[in-house]
Design a protein around this ligand. Structure first.
Ligand code: KIV
Ligand code: ZN
Length: 515
């Protein structure tokens, strides 16, 4: 058995299934490149049949990524598999991941199929996927609530049909570490051709046990873990990549495999990139990537750490990339330095005009903020990509906030080439600005969430604002960054309104939605 643990990242697929976390093609390519820099083994780039946009994104990732395997998800249906096969065709190394539900409740209520039919369809799907690639993964969806004998039967059959990775999902996050680990051990023991496939796990976090369940599976022979950056994913999310990787690396004394091939110093910047793009902020006390993960507050801890780091620290902050966010550029930096650093961060400009536009924004920022860090650059690019094709644009904003007076905002917005102005009062300057914007746009949407984070430290730092709005069951996030947080808020709100009033419809969810 291999002693390498294969890291399969599904931020771009399962992560994107979090309500409001949808990403554009360019954003997906940026995240995929960050994952490739980390040397993640497999990147699940999406569900190609879900929409033409999803297909394009998987195809773009397949073209852009050279070192990692790029995977497309497909239900066990001919049309899904053909679409996934087409999307990954140009990858240096491509994989099709096909799945069908195997738990009694899913087979009866969702699929309305008999177990024999499910086995037959799974075998047929794997054989069809093998016509596109030798690298085929099969998942019995809701394995965590499936019967052991049935799992053994279907998995044996799909190995014979050509599946080389068997992924065991705890789809609803129902499992407990001991049981889940022993399930993996039993499957490996009982399935006669088990040695022909790599066992993988995919755990959801509904009971907060996704990482623990995954690691228990690794102890019992799983050699691939499916996970996401920051634990993003459906409902309570998936197992967090950074936690899995650092647990295996830190406790190399007990794990039977390693993650030595990964560049863990890329973890923090990738986490920030994903939270900036999706608008899902990372809580300060989140393991590994939270702002407090390596901060020592109490006197006793500080004293211990100063005397000897190992007294309270089990990992080095620099090993996950906390100190690599150095000052990179300033107001005297030229276009070449700007382009080179962004290229190192995986951002390539499609044209000189695009580069010039981003460089102009960089100069404006450098006038207001003297030290520009990698995270500032990432936010700047996220911001310009978000606004690039916007129908509604912020032209000007003036807010008035004074002790004892009601804050008010004057706004000018460009809607498809026509400038409109409005004024509104509110409980605070942000509230006033949002009311003024809505009075012009008339989106009829409801604001579900508003949050501000500083991108770097200091009072001149850029504030990164996320808003989440809902209309008719559709939820979208908007982001905006600026050294002025009221302007960042207005940009974020307008970004969300562009999405909610735009033409993109609901995307199909591979597990629950019809395509
Ligand atoms: O949670 C799940 O079961 C999935 C499958 C598609 C692997 O995401
Ligand atoms: Zn899942």
């Amino acid at each position: 058995m291999s002693d390498k643990l294969i890291i399969f990242d599904t931020t771009l697929r399962d992560g994107e299934q979090s309500p409001g976390a949808s990403m554009t093609k360019d954003e997906k390519v940026r995240i995929a490149k960050a994952l490739e820099r980390m040397r993640v083994d497999v990147i699940e780039a999406g569900f190609p049949i879900a929409s033409p946009g999803d297909f394009d994104a998987v195809q773009a990732v397949a073209r852009a990524i050279k070192d990692s395997t790029v995977c497309g998800l497909a239900r066990a249906l001919d049309k899904d598999i053909d679409r996934a096969g087409e999307a990954i065709k140009e990858a240096n190394s491509g994989r099709i991941h096909t799945f069908i539900a195997t738990s009694p409740i899913h087979m009866k209520m969702k699929l309305r199929m008999e177990p024999d039919q499910v086995v037959e369809q799974a075998v047929k799907a794997v054989k069809r996927a093998r016509q596109f690639t030798d690298n085929v993964e099969f998942s019995p969806e809701d394995a965590g609530r499936s019967e052991l004998d049935f799992l053994c039967r279907i998995l044996e059959a799909v190995i014979d049909a050509g599946a080389r990775t068997l992924n065991i999902p705890d789809t609803v996050g129902y499992n407990i570490p001991d049981h889940f680990g022993s399930l993996i051990g039993k499957l490996r023991e009982r399935i006669p051709n088990a040695d022909k496939a790599v066992f993988s796990v995919h755990c959801h976090n509904d009971l907060g046990l996704a990482v623990a369940n995954s690691l228990s599976a690794v102890m019992n022979g799983a050699r691939q873990v499916e996970c996401t950056i920051n634990g993003l994913g459906e409902r309570a999310g998936n197992a967090a990549l950074e936690e899995i990787v650092m647990a295996v690396k830190t406790r190399r004394d007990i794990f039977p495999c390693n993650v030595d091939h990964l560049d863990t110093t890329q973890i923090v910047s990738t986490s920030r990139l994903v939270s900036g793009i999706t608008g899902f902020a990372v809580q300060p006390n989140k393991a590994i990537v939270g702002a407090n993960a390596f901060a020592h507050e109490s006197g006793i801890h500080q004293d211990g750490v100063l005397k000897s780091r190992e007294t309270y620290e089990i990992m080095r902050a620099e090993d996950v990339g906390w100190t690599t966010n150095r000052m990179v550029l300033g107001k005297h930096s030229g276009r070449n330095a700007f382009r080179t650093r962004l290229s190192e961060l995986g951002v390539e400009f499609a044209s000189e005009a695009e580069l010039n536009d981003a460089f102009g924004r960089f100069k404006e920022l450098a006038d207001r903020k003297h030290e520009i860090y990698d995270d500032d650059l990432q936010a700047l690019v996220t911001d310009s990509m978000a606004t690039e094709h916007e129908r509604i644009r912020l032209v000007a904003l003036r807010v008035c906030s004074e002790t004892g007076e009601k804050p008010s905002a004057d706004i000018t917005i460009d809607i498809e080439g026509e400038e409109k102005t409005a004024n509104a009062e509110g409980g605070g300057p942000v509230d006033a600005a949002f009311k003024a914007i809505e009075s012009v746009v008339k989106s009829g949407s409801e604001l579900l969430l508003y949050s501000v984070n500083n991108i770097t430290s200091g009072t001149d730092a850029q504030g990164e604002v996320t808003v989440r709005v809902e209309k008719g069951g559709r939820i979208v996030n908007g982001q905006g960054a600026d050294t002025d947080i009221v302007i960042a808020s207005a940009k974020a709100y307008i970004n969300a309104l562009n999405k909610i009033t735009g033409s993109a419809g609901l995307r199909a969810n591979p597990q629950t939605g019809d395509v």
